[in-house]
Design a protein around this ligand. Structure first.
Ligand code: GLU
Length: 480
């Protein structure tokens, strides 16, 4: 690529360049999102480039994981996925050019030798031992000759100008002794060839950025148009530790499986390091695209707060049209995610309760526990709830006996069941709220769930009665 014409390009080209070395991390998803938002906002191009040159650490399933998680989040690339490994020829040609121009030199120092000498040296890192030796290229590592004088300045849209004096940058390895170009080279060559104008990525890559710029200039000439950078703040957990694969739930896939909605996840990810100028947090996609600014990204670490993510998800769930909620919940209404046999599921019964369930769950994975009493032959009784609701055994017995009698004849609508239960509560001298507890546990097995009378209506009289009677029998047996 020759240097781009002067002036900022009107339509940026950005790239998301993950290395497929593990599950797709929420931090990577945030980087992908910020690139995508920037491209969409400016009518630019969003490129997906899989940096898969480290054959030992890469796995194909992780590439699939990246592509599918991005599709789930709606972060569609305009170009790619390109494979860095497919561009090995371009990387080698770039190395040839650098070698021929004298930007590189060969080095046969072992790591031990470098370390032993570094102890005695004033500056850390490689000491330039092989610079004057004129070794042959073949079979040797190749290092970049960093100028002794001067400074490389990284223009960062998030951090401002970050200065790296050359005296503090060692002559870094660009090609290993087996001829394999390293990440820093492949990354720059690809960015040049793909005409990338803005490099938006995690701040862990800031320290290697001056090396990238030195290479960029060596390849493109001193007057080359360099990309702008935006290094995004790292994500931390509640203890302010960097999010780690081992310690924290970081895989996007995990959130998808737990029943987070892609829109909620994307909305929350946008708030990791960026905030709306008026502090609004629930932001539809068009608004995110419209208001997002790299310049408004913060430097300080962003707390990945799962509680807040849940809250955002609950808001999105509540705001959905009920049909959309039913559709989103569908996988959780079928085995293996649902605990009932497939043939027991009654879509009409689910639909009847769906609006009430929708208001009460934060995650789609909470749906089965809200409605399993409808689709299991017998409710799974939560023993703690049972003990709690029947602590006053006599009162529980009186309520259950009263409703058993009333439920036999009252009209079977939520309003009538409500009225009948209220009458029973009065007759045994209990508040309705307390009187409901044993009925709820008898019928649903739990102490929390959708409103009781609607639940009973949908369950139907015969099953409701049978469960109340079974609970009465159990109370009798427990006391015997
Ligand atoms: N492949 C690098 C990584 O996953 C990212 C490179 C970049 O964005 O420049 O850490």
């Amino acid at each position: 690529m020759t240097a781009a014409p002067s002036g900022a390009p009107a339509r940026p080209r950005v790239r998301f360049a993950p290395s497929p070395t593990g599950y797709f991390h929420v931090g990577s998803a945030r980087t992908a999102l910020f690139n995508w938002l920037f491209a969409r906002q400016r009518g630019g191009t969003f490129v997906l480039r899989i940096e898969d040159t480290d054959a030992e650490r890469n796995r194909e399933e992780w590439v699939t994981g990246i592509v599918s998680a991005m599709a789930w989040l709606g972060l569609d690339p305009d170009e790619g996925p390109y494979r860095q490994s497919a561009r090995a020829g371009d990387h080698e040609r770039a190395v040839d050019r650098l070698w021929e121009s004298g930007a590189l030199y060969a080095c046969d120092c072992t790591r031990e030798q470098v370390e032993a000498r570094a102890k005695a040296n004033a500056t850390p890192g490689y000491d330039g031992f092989c610079r004057p030796r004129g070794l042959d290229r073949a079979g040797h590592a190749l290092r970049f000759r960093v100028p002794d004088e001067g400074t490389t300045v990284v223009h960062d849209l998030v951090r401002g100008d970050v200065r790296f004096p050359h005296g503090a940058i060692e002559d870094f390895v660009v090609v290993k002794s087996n001829g394999q170009p390293l990440f820093v080279l492949a990354n720059v060559v690809d960015d040049i060839d793909m005409a990338i104008t803005h490099v938006i990525r995690g701040e862990d890559l800031l320290p290697s950025t001056p090396k990238a710029l030195l290479l960029w200039r060596a390849l493109e000439g001193a007057g080359a148009t360099l990309p702008a950078f935006a290094h995004l703040p790292m994500l931390v957990n509640e203890k302010r530790q960097k999010l780690s694969k081992r310690r924290d739930p970081v895989a996007v896939e995990l959130y998808r499986e737990e029943g987070y909605l892609p829109d909620a996840m994307r909305n929350y990810l946008a708030l990791l390091g960026w905030s709306h100028p008026e502090g609004r947090e629930i932001l539809p996609l068009e608004e995110l695209v419209d208001r997002f600014r790299l310049e408004d990204v913060n430097h300080s670490p962003a707390f990945f707060d799962v509680t807040k993510l849940r809250h955002v998800n609950a808001e999105y769930l509540r705001a959905m049209a009920v049909e959309a909620f039913e559709e989103a919940a569908r996988p959780w209404t079928e085995p293996p995610l649902a605990p009932w046999p497939a043939e027991n599921f009654d879509p009409g019964a689910f639909r009847a309760l769906a609006p009430l369930v929708q208001e009460r769950v934060s995650l789609l994975s909470e749906v089965p526990a809200m409605v399993d009493f409808l689709f299991l032959d017998e409710p799974v009784v939560d023993e703690r709830s049972w003990r709690e609701a029947t602590k006053d055994r006599e009162a529980a017995q009186a309520v259950l006996a009263g409703v058993a009698a009333a439920f036999r004849s009252c009209p079977w609508t939520a309003a009538d069941i409500h009225a009948a239960t209220t009458a029973v509560a009065e007759s045994v001298g209990r508040k309705l709220g307390r009187a409901q507890a044993p009925v709820r546990v008898a019928v649903t097995g739990r102490s929390v769930g959708p409103p009781l009378f609607e639940s009973l209506e949908v369950l139907g009289r015969p099953r409701a009665l049978a469960r109340v009677e079974a609970a009465l029998a159990r109370l009798g047996a427990d006391s015997a």
